[in-house]
Design a protein around this ligand. Sequence first.
Ligand SMILES: [Zn+2]
Length: 335
Amino acid sequence: MSGHQTKACYVCGNHQGNRLRYPREMMFGTEEKFEYLECDYCACLQITDTPTDLGRYYAGDYYSYKVPKEKNYPPWLLKLRKKRTRALLGERDAVGSLMARLSKHRAEHFDWLSRAGVRLDSAILDVGCGSGSLLRQMQRDGFSDLLGVDPFLEHDTDYGYGLKILKRRIGDLDRRFDFIMLNHSFEHMPDPRQVLLELRTILSNSGTLLLRVPVADSYARRKYGIHWVAWDAPRHLFLHTVRSMHLLAQQTGFDVIDVTYDSSRLQFYGSELYLRGIPFKNQKPYAPGKGPKAFTQQEWDCFAQLASELNIYRDGDTACFFLSPIPTPTGLYSA
Ligand SMILES: [Zn+2]
């Protein structure tokens, strides 16, 4: 195959030896086939024709838009949570440190927030926030300047106390942020280079951009091929690799300063079930204890153990890319 002229890669422009792949829609199980190009140079997977009616593939029960249950927390508990947050962000707080040690499970977002140098009063933007459940959790953790944007929301919501969720595009924003995060939204965007250029203009020069995405150069992608659960055709338009993310960053005025892996057992159970033709929406009965078809607890634990080992070996199927802006006095990288 290698050597012949093929359609060019969106990221690196390579047009030699690129291959075509045909995964199916498996979240809802329509099994509709989509064409993706796999770049021979940067290995990024990309849909060759973005469906014009993408909204059709985000049905009302699409998981990001489910409004989570509201809980009411008493003020004394919120004060203690704020102390815990300080400690988890690396600030000195004796009570908070004790609380952090006593907490049964550490919320994973603190792993990235502390890595990104975020503080309680940082201006934080969540792009593609869905219903905003993470931001609402962060509000309860004591963060005071939180904005979420998502063009697919039905309406704006002002939760008060420093949290707003707006139906907006990135280009509509006219203020700067210390920390911008895209939690599994970047791979849904049809023009990621333009997105990075726009983000570059609203991120402060000392700020951090976090892109949490599925990665195509991973064990699960190699093992399961087109049945890899995180491929998620046609919603995931780009499945990046470490190389393609570095290239995109270079083209848009960013440095990739760190990559950490945060894959979960989903890469195994979801892909195993896709191999058997079972769509994501029908996968609930396969959790241990849910009935005769379920995985055993031993298999379930093994999936999680394998995921954490792959993360250590930098081969898990999801990763956190931390980007910092390269200062440009002339505004060279303006969108
Ligand atoms: Zn490429």
